[in-house]
Design a protein around this ligand. Structure first.
Ligand code: DGT
Ligand code: CA
Ligand code: ZN
Length: 619
């Protein structure tokens, strides 16, 4: 979005950071805007949207009506895109980039790399061999670790680190905080809070710094240790098995394994006295937006809230930080803090300032679903297409998880690279499923397979196979796989095509709605609100239209930000692992985290219903 780029651009020009931030925030807000931007703008209500000021509103209005971006547009077109990309190189700021551009004509990361390798940077003012090497290191780092880690990676490192610190001599308790605890789909860095008596801080710090797998130490003070963890942190290499082809391709094909093997993650560990632990944990769990609301609420009650405690303003006066801690209202656990402020305890997943404080105030927070409530899943592959386990093996794995059903959804015929099933193969798979089902029924086993298919949604919104051929199926998961075509098109064209697809009477579940791969590629442009709204209408007319949370940690698509909207529109959610192996079924856990983050309850999830209920719906 242009606004996002304007933000970055201003940064490159050395503009005021607050101004930069406001553009980036505005871009994000508008991206999630439910109403039509055009309508909001033409009715002059843009400034009513949170985070949109007069200046930005004027710019948007101009862009929509005139197609120009005022002075920003000139700014934008005057800066080569390569310079903007260079900003992502760790350790490289806008001033340097400007210098490289003006003095050496460098316009891309590739050119910068060549110049650095040829020793051309060291001759510039305020540069030397060392800083030249730093540029090269930065480029290398960007390539390997660019951006944020996926939630599964964050949890893997985070929970291992939490466990190691919690069992250290001198540590009373330790807990993972930050975006990992809030179950964001990607993680910037890990935050861990540990309760340590002042006299033990030094020894605990030493123990942390000498943990195996600490690749680098960024800093170690009296209350905070910052480290970078490398893969050596794990005694055994954790490698993925049975990744789907689309994911692998988006991540760079075979080069992916090498990339994954070099993953690092930053971690900040806060060491605090045991009596302030709950406050520090709440503070570093965030989000920042949630914290701001909590602090404001405290002030309204004559209290000051920070990472050290909750203080009556009249008692602490000017005392700051730990000096004031002894005046704090006591809190053994986080829920005590919320109680002090007249609130229900807010589950970490919900702490994004998206209505949770208002709900906690009147005791109406949702009763979030739990992974253990899942009784099966609908979108899974077998060896018939690109999976690594047979129908029987997948069913067995599902039974081992205690499930009551498993939905099969191999690829459809058009997806040749993933061995999509021909119509004949579909028929023989149906017979295989029927035989297995009869066998379980005879034995009185409460388990059944639903025979579905992941039918490709063609660029025009049509579905793979003929209407007749699809009739044999219990359920159709409609998914877009021809990403290049959809990425090139305008949002309204894609939206129209997706709506056509969901209107097809045979489609039950809309699979990975945007096609995004976290850390690999963005999804295609589409107005999901419009698609979901239409699904809701069809449900009201008695059809069954369900949207998938693809639970693969590489996708997590539907995004959690749309979950409540789906619920409001009367569209059930299906949490699907998109498993390509037995092990892959367990990915539903990640989907459940996202459903929780999206405020969903047991009754909102199709695969929380019993196997026999679902028979009624699908057979
Ligand atoms: P990340 O690491 O980018 O995935 O996201 P977080 O949420 O883990 O953010 P991080 O690591 O910068 O900080 C951890 C938490 O600490 C954050 O969620 C809220 C709190 N925090 C950090 N800086 C501030 C601040 O300036 N103001 C307030 N109110 N809270 C902050
Ligand atoms: Ca963090
Ligand atoms: Zn798919």
């Amino acid at each position: 979005m242009v606004l996002e780029q304007v933000g970055v651009l201003l940064e490159l020009k050395g503009a005021n950071p607050f101004r930069v931030r406001s553009y980036q925030n505005a871009s994000r807000t508008l991206g999630a805007l439910e109403e039509d931007l055009w309508v909001v703008t033409s009715e002059g209500r843009l400034t009513d949207v949170k985070g949109i000021g007069k200046g930005i509103a004027g710019l948007i209005a101009e862009a929509l009506t005139e197609g120009t971006w005022g002075e920003m547009w000139a700014l934008y077109t005057s800066v080569p895109p390569g310079l903007i990309q260079m900003l992502a190189i760790p350790g490289l700021g806008p001033k340097r980039i400007k210098q490289f551009h003006e003095e050496l004509g460098i316009e891309s990361i590739e050119q910068l790399k060549v110049s650095a390798e040829n020793g051309e940077l060291r001759g510039l003012s305020r540069m030397g061999e060392k800083s030249e090497q730093k540029v090269l290191d930065g480029i290398e780092l960007l390539k390997r670790f660019s951006g944020r880690r996926r939630l599964d990676v964050g949890l893997l490192y985070g929970e291992a680190l939490e466990a190691r610190i919690a069992t250290m001599e001198g540590v009373e308790r330790a807990q993972l905080a930050g975006s990992t605890r809030r179950r964001k789909e990607t993680i910037g860095d890990l935050d861990i809070v540990a309760a340590v008596l002042p006299e033990d801080v030094e020894s605990v710090t030493d123990q942390i710094l000498t943990l195996p797998g600490v690749a680098d130490v960024k800093g170690a003070g009296s209350s905070k240790v910052s480290i970078i963890l490398g893969t050596e942190f794990f005694s055994e290499e954790v490698m993925e098995s049975g990744l789907d082809g689309g994911v692998l391709e988006a991540l760079g094909g075979d080069a992916y394994e090498e990339m994954a093997a070099h993953t690092t993650i930053d971690a900040q560990i806060r060491l605090v006295p045991p009596h302030v632990f709950a406050y520090t944990l709440a503070y570093f769990t965030g989000s920042k937006e949630h914290n701001v609301r909590m602090r404001q609420r405290s002030l309204d009650q004559g209290l000051r809230l920070n990472e050290f405690g909750l203080f009556p303003l009249d008692a602490v006066g000017e005392l700051k930080g730990m000096e004031a801690a002894e005046f704090s209202l006591p809190a053994e656990k986080e829920s005590d803090i919320y109680t002090h402020l007249g609130l229900q305890w807010v589950p970490p997943e919900l702490r994004e300032d998206s209505g949770e404080i208002e709900a906690a105030e009147i005791g109406s927070l949702p009763d979030l679903m739990e992974p253990s409530m899942l009784k099966g899943a609908f979108h899974n592959h077998t060896t018939a297409s690109d999976g690594t386990a047979t129908l029987g093996q997948m069913a067995e794995a599902a039974q081992e998880l205690g499930w009551e059903f498993l939905g099969i959804a191999d690829h459809s015929q058009i997806l040749q690279i993933a061995s999509g099933l021909s119509p004949d193969e579909l028929v023989s798979q149906a017979a295989e499923v029927r035989a297995l089902n009869e066998n379980w029924a005879d034995k009185g086993v409460d388990f059944r397979l639903f025979h579905g298919n992941e039918c490709d949604i063609l660029p025009d919104g049509g579905l793979d196979y003929t209407d007749e051929e699809r009739k044999i199926l219990d359920h159709v998961v409609g998914s877009v796989h021809q990403l290049p075509t959809w990425m090139k098109r305008d949002e309204d064209v894609n939206t129209e095509a997706l709506i056509r697809a969901i209107e097809n009477p045979s489609l039950t579940i809309l699979g990975h709605p945007t096609g995004r791969i976290l850390g690999g590629r963005d999804g295609f442009a589409v107005d999901l609100h419009a698609v979901i709204r239409r699904m809701g209408e069809l449900n009201a007319e008695g059809e069954l239209k369900v949207v998938e949370i693809n639970a693969s940690p590489y996708r997590l698509d539907l995004d959690w930000r749309y979950c409540r909207f789906a619920k409001e529109q009367g569209v059930p959610i299906s949490i699907n692992p998109d498993a390509h192996s037995r092990q892959g079924l367990k990915d539903v856990w990640f989907g459940a985290q996202i459903a929780r983050k999206g405020w969903l309850e047991e009754t909102d999830i199709l695969n929380c219903r019993s196997g026999s209920d679902l028979e009624q719906l699908l057979w």
